[in-house]
Design a protein around this ligand. Structure first.
Ligand code: G6P
Length: 358
């Protein structure tokens, strides 16, 4: 087992560090930077769907939120559903709907049940998965592999990053876009180096030293960064057992703000400098007014770093690639927090890598 960890203390840390390689593999041969084209041979024959419904659980559900937001921006109605809800309360769909199951293992019972329900209603199904020949890959009409390599740690890390890249490739392959894809392709191609620079310089451990005995940890973001906020909180609870919650930043004032105190650090994921970033700056001030320290996870394009108490920096990139980078900083925070607390990081209590019962 020690050999399997290649010198790292935990599989999770090893897998966090494998992300540059995983991302390179996911992207390899699927985009042409000169022509600005993205091609996923696996889905070449699927016509542009009228709508896309994603079904997934856990971390993969957060990737689904990101995927749905991406497709909606491209003009395709798209929603992310928790597979356990979808299977028992199936939403309406038309025959032109594509149902996409995102599942690292390809074996999660809830996700398989949702995909089977969709298939029984006559629509095309697609598995976005890490596991070749998994049940999801075999049962769906199409399978797209994220090529992250084996993931042993129960908490998903590199596979989430690769799922986000996979969502971009899938969206661009499915939808006849008008935009010049070269900037996107360039940013996806730079992701391995950008992730590496975070791994080499992250201040996450210092944040743990400063705030590691807090009452709770909150995570906020808007747009695609909602997925990052939710994933940041999930990772934190899974491996540190600390109270952690993720919210779309605009929802803070509708309830969660009541939980905010000087002992609840708030991680604000602010990338770019659009309307969403500007609004989130307002949320940062809101929680600071209640005494909460704010850690901005930011690329420095907005004033987030100036306003926040602490910063976890990410390199500047496109709006689509930034969530991948922000999430790496949050993975490192959760890992170091769990490590400082002496948790069994690779095998958290009560959790399984793949849940094969509904
Ligand atoms: C379990 C794991 C999670 C994972 C979820 C979905 O709950 O502990 O890390 O996100 O299953 O797994 P899947 O293989 O379908 O992505």
């Amino acid at each position: 087992e020690e050999t399997g960890k290649s010198g790292y203390d935990h599989y999770m840390l090893k897998e966090i560090h494998e992300q540059p390689t995983a991302l390179r593999q996911c992207f390899s041969g699927r985009a042409d930077a000169l022509d600005g084209t993205i091609t996923l041979e696996e889905v070449g024959e699927i016509p542009q769907p009228d709508a896309v419904q994603f079904v997934a659980c856990g971390t993969s559900y957060h990737a689904a939120l990101y995927g749905a937001a991406t497709l909606r921006e491209m003009g395709i109605p798209a929603e992310a559903y928790l597979a356990s809800e979808y299977a028992l309360s199936p939403p309406p769909l038309s025959l032109g709907t594509l149902v996409v199951g995102i599942t690292q293992s390809g074996e999660t019972a809830d996700t398989l049940a949702a995909l089977r329900d969709a298939k029984s209603r006559g629509v095309t199904t697609l598995a976005l998965t890490n596991t070749v020949n998994s049940t999801a890959a075999r049962e769906c009409d199409h399978a797209v592999y994220i090529r992250a390599g084996p993931e042993i740690g129960v908490a998903a890390t590199k596979t989430f990053s690769s799922q986000l890249v996979g969502c971009n490739l899938l969206a661009e392959e499915l939808v006849e876009g008008q935009l010049d894809l070269r900037p996107l392709i360039e940013s996806l191609r730079n992701l391995p180096d950008d992730v590496q620079s975070i791994l080499d310089s992250s201040a996450a451990e210092a944040i743990v030293e400063e705030y590691g005995d807090s009452d709770a940890y909150f995570f906020i973001g808007r747009g695609k960064n909602v997925a990052v906020a939710l994933e940041g909180a999930l990772k934190c609870k899974e491996i540190s057992y600390e109270h952690a919650e993720g919210f779309p930043a605009g929802e803070l004032k509708h309830g969660p703000l009541a939980l905010v105190t000087p002992d609840t650090p708030v991680f604000a994921v602010v990338t770019g400098d659009d309307k969403r970033a500007q609004k989130t700056l307002g949320n940062i001030k809101e929680v600071q007014a209640r005494g909460a320290p704010v850690i901005a996870v930011t690329d420095g394009e907005s004033d987030a770093a100036e306003i926040a108490d602490e910063t976890l920096e990410i390199p500047e990139t496109t709006e689509r690639a930034a969530p991948v980078l922000a999430n790496v900083q949050l993975q490192l925070f959760s890992y170091h927090l769990a490590d400082a607390l002496g948790r069994p990081i690779d095998k958290p209590r009560n959790l399984a890598k793949s849940v094969t019962v509904e």
